[in-house]
Design a protein around this ligand. Sequence first.
Ligand SMILES: *[C@@H]1O[C@H](CO)[C@@H](O)[C@H](O)[C@H]1NC(C)=O
Ligand SMILES: *[C@@H]1O[C@H](CO)[C@@H](O)[C@H](O)[C@H]1NC(C)=O
Ligand SMILES: *[C@@H]1O[C@H](CO)[C@@H](O)[C@H](O)[C@H]1NC(C)=O
Ligand SMILES: *[C@@H]1O[C@H](CO)[C@@H](O)[C@H](O)[C@H]1NC(C)=O
Ligand SMILES: *[C@@H]1O[C@H](CO)[C@@H](O)[C@H](O)[C@H]1NC(C)=O
Length: 391
Amino acid sequence: MEIILRAVLLLILLYIGLVNGQIYDVLEFGAKGDGITDDSEAFMEAWKAMCGCDGTPKTLLIPSNSTFLLQPLVFQGPCKSPFVLVRINGEIVAPINKDAWSNYKSLRWIHFKEITGLTIIGSGTINGRGSSFWKPKLSASKRPTQLHFQKCINLMIIGITSVNSPKNHISINQCENVNIKRIKLVAPHDSPNTDGIDISRSSDVNIFDSKIGTGDDCVAINNGSVNIKITRINCGPGHGISVGSLGRDGEESVVENVQVIDCTFNRTDNGARIKTWPNGKGYAKNIVFKGIKLTETQNPIIINQKYVDKGRLDVEESAVAISNVTFTDICGTSRGDEIVKLDCSEVTYCKDIVLEHIDISTVDGKKPLVECTNVYGKSSNASEIEGCFTG
Ligand SMILES: *[C@@H]1O[C@H](CO)[C@@H](O)[C@H](O)[C@H]1NC(C)=O
Ligand SMILES: *[C@@H]1O[C@H](CO)[C@@H](O)[C@H](O)[C@H]1NC(C)=O
Ligand SMILES: *[C@@H]1O[C@H](CO)[C@@H](O)[C@H](O)[C@H]1NC(C)=O
Ligand SMILES: *[C@@H]1O[C@H](CO)[C@@H](O)[C@H](O)[C@H]1NC(C)=O
Ligand SMILES: *[C@@H]1O[C@H](CO)[C@@H](O)[C@H](O)[C@H]1NC(C)=O
């Protein structure tokens, strides 16, 4: 009992950042915080000191009322302490434009790598000042990700705001056991390829109670994502929440156990979406979209297995097989007349697709349309959807 009480006390102290001598304030490592001086070196010094020191939990403090300019940085683990906390209360900004980056070709601005027990928390803002990457339109593959988490285990991201990323705001890659809550991701509705959160090759990722409006996918669930739960996300403007795109260039992709629950979509291009490239391999299965509220969504429910970015649809020889997908309790308004469009592969078909309690009306008052190709499944309480299924 006493041990538990002590552990709780320690966690509370850690939470409010009071553990004596365990706070590594970047200002004490020479950061200026004037928004003009490059503070990268001070951040690296503070990180190395914290990460290399073992024992009790540690906090890297990025204090409020200051703006820190950072060039691309790698916060490398593993750290000696099993818990490291990065408290962002102030503002972090990227170089003023693309030309001022020391190396934007690193493709990552702030990169956390191979850290166990990392928590990023705070009321601060991370601003990638990405507009010079958006225009003139630079191919997405040449633009950096704002916050890249790679091979992190037991990761938490809480409270922070990320704005104007050059490409996607957050990548979760090869991570395990991730909790993201109460964050805010913001970019203009017309900024290109600025996804909110991209997940790949990661398991047990929970994202909840957050607001994502970035002009592209709010969350994209990519290859190797297993046990993903997305709850109470307010999405828009953007492209909705998407599984995929999967199976590009004939790749083998696997996604399984995905739940998207109690999310709202405000004026997004898509709502619940699964997209795969023709001629991929692997599967996407056990997926639930439930309790979705739509406001003027263009394509509320969509599976697209002929996803091609730049118009080159070959003969279809294989596909990422889609099965056991449930769309339930989906209501609201659609800007398009087609409220359901399930365009599945003629090689694999979509199997065990369930549509129930679908109540979507069109903005212009026209009769909602449903289009399904190569789909096996069933519907209930969604009368207009009968006839969608092949068998
Ligand atoms: C930050 O600035 C505000 C307003 O100027 C002030 O009230 C607050 O105490 C400052 N906080 C810190 C940590 O300096
Ligand atoms: C897809 O993810 C799996 C599981 O993480 C991985 O083994 C595989 O290499 C990935 N495939 C591609 C094409 O990246
Ligand atoms: C949708 O977003 C608009 C601004 O783009 C806002 O005015 C409106 O209140 C939002 N609607 C809902 C239902 O959240
Ligand atoms: C279908 O998916 C649901 C939820 O994702 C899961 O609980 C169920 O076991 C799956 N069914 C099969 C037959 O795998
Ligand atoms: C259909 O919806 C009505 C009212 O919303 C409910 O009473 C009924 O149980 C539902 N039927 C099925 C098969 O879910």
